[in-house]
Design a protein around this ligand. Structure first.
Ligand code: SAH
Ligand code: SF4
Ligand code: F3S
Length: 438
């Protein structure tokens, strides 16, 4: 097509991967990438529907594009991803200058849709599809040293607050052999860290009955791979064999993103999470015994319908007990069509804000304490590149996903170094390079 393409990604890592795959497919068709919306012939917003706020951000960005479209009507504007699936009519109503709407399960058709698109014929909507990504067609050479690979798509859990099963469809797992082939190609092309993605990644079961730990054990044998991660785990589907496999292979990072969502049993039940507070704590206790040095991260929702002060304090207490590596905290946002959206959203915004700030400050305190304990220790750090905050320094991640900032030459990006920690803040460890461990 020979067109200039600009893709902006909102939402989770699955969306980042999808943007990569869309870009690879369109580059193969002769497009070129640009970061500059004003210069682009095709602008794609890959969108998220998980909270209202995520959608409003996209609408406000689309509002800005209205002028661009008035000046250059030949520019093709596409809204793709989860919000395209959830609310095509609302997009057409609120942003009539959008030309193409394409849901996540229709993205494999996007190159053909773009090639056939004729301006002035109104908005083309593709939300009916059940197409699987030809993931093996991705261009391994374009992938960075740290790459995402999807092992399964969709979700069957239907947590009562969550839009994902509606926009991403039922759970589908890829064949272990296909995943292994893709990972080998990526590692041969230079990838050193692979993060396996799934909305409920432990539910992975391929058509031959193999589970996530079989995939991990297979990928642990790939020569040249240094770090293997997987997200996101669900407490109702993690199994002992997973932890045993993590303990067996050094390449699998001792890091578990295991969202708890709440510390109160009534709320967990209303959320349809399938575990109790006691079971959650038992899982992380067991996991920490089996996997040496394991760090656990979590997500929480505050202000779920009916959440009382006492229930909020149960979450506070769980956080103190669990001592997470990191926590992502969200204010409950009713999503149309979900079971929880029929419940009374009765926690006032001000209270949601207070609870959100409360959990954040506890987590900050926990991280501050933990980081102080780590001062004086050394860690293998995978160097990402120049720090955004401090241009004179480099930034990277430990195996347990902690952020480390240190002095060093830009050429170390993509390499592994051993860093000794000298000081810290709640979010960052600061240190100096002891040796190049590449
Ligand atoms: N599949 C992943 C991620 C789901 S979305 C998982 O199961 O963990 C990421 C996070 O967004 C969730 O863990 C949850 O904490 C939050 N979230 C999802 N729906 C939400 C809603 N309606 N309101 C507020 N937060 C929500
Ligand atoms: Fe949503 Fe629950 Fe599925 Fe995660 S496991 S994507 S929170 S329904
Ligand atoms: Fe958002 Fe879709 Fe991911 S709703 S969190 S982009 S799966």
């Amino acid at each position: 097509m020979g067109k200039l393409l600009c893709i902006q990604t909102f939402g989770c890592q699955m969306n980042k991967l999808d943007s990569r795959l869309v870009a690879d497919a369109l580059l193969a068709d002769g497009c070129e990438l640009t970061d500059d919306e004003k210069a682009a012939d095709v602008i794609l917003y890959n969108t998220c529907s998980v909270r209202k706020h995520a959608e409003e951000r996209v609408f406000s960005r689309l509002g800005v594009l209205k002028r661009l479209k008035a000046e250059r009507p030949e520019v093709v504007i596409g809204v793709i991803g989860c919000m395209a699936q959830r609310a095509p009519d609302e997009i057409i109503r609120r942003a009539p200058h959008v030309d193409i709407i394409c849901g996540p399960q229709d993205l494999p058709n996007l190159p053909a849709i773009l090639a056939d698109y004729e301006p002035g014929r109104g908005c083309f909507v593709a939300t009916g599809g059940s197409e699987e990504w030809p993931e093996s067609l991705r261009d391994a050479c374009r992938s960075p040293v740290s790459a995402f690979v999807s092992v399964m798509r969709g979700c069957n859990r239907f947590c009562s607050y969550c839009i994902v099963p509606y926009v991403r469809g039922r759970a589908r797992s890829r064949l272990l052999e296909d995943i292994a082939t893709e990972v080998r190609q990526l590692v041969d092309a230079g990838a050193r860290e692979i993060t396996l993605l799934g909305q409920d990644v432990n539910a992975y079961t391929d058509e031959k009955g193999r589970r996530l730990w079989h995939v991990l054990a297979e990928l642990a044998q790939v020569d040249g791979l240094r770090r293997l991660r997987f997200v996101t785990s669900h407490p109702a589907t993690v199994e002992r064999e997973l932890f045993e496999t993590m303990a067996r292979y050094g390449v699998i990072c001792p890091y578990l993103h295991l969202p708890a969502q709440s510390g109160a049993n009534r709320v967990l039940e209303a959320m349809n999470r399938g575990y109790t507070r006691g079971r959650y704590l038992e899982i992380i206790r067991e996991a920490r015994v089996i996997v040496l040095g394991l760090e656990v991260a979590s997500d929480f929702i505050v202000g779920f319908p009916g959440e009382t002060d006492r229930e909020y304090h149960m979450t506070v207490d769980l956080m103190w007990q669990a001592r997470f590596q990191n926590c992502f905290i969200f204010k409950y946002s009713p999503r149309p069509g979900t079971k929880a959206s029929k419940m009374d959203d009765d926690v006032p915004l001000e209270k949601k804000r207070k609870r959100n700030a409360g959990l954040l400050s506890i987590q900050k305190e926990i991280m501050e304490e933990r980081h102080k304990e780590l001062e004086g220790e050394s860690f293998e750090v995978f160097v990402q590149g120049v720090s955004k905050r401090d241009k004179g320094k480099l930034t990277g991640r430990t195996r347990t996903n902690r952020i480390v900032v240190f002095e060093g030459d830009e050429s170390l990006a993509g390499r592994f170094v051993e860093v000794a920690i000298d000081s810290s803040t709640p979010l960052t460890l600061f240190g100096h390079i002891e040796e190049d461990a590449s």
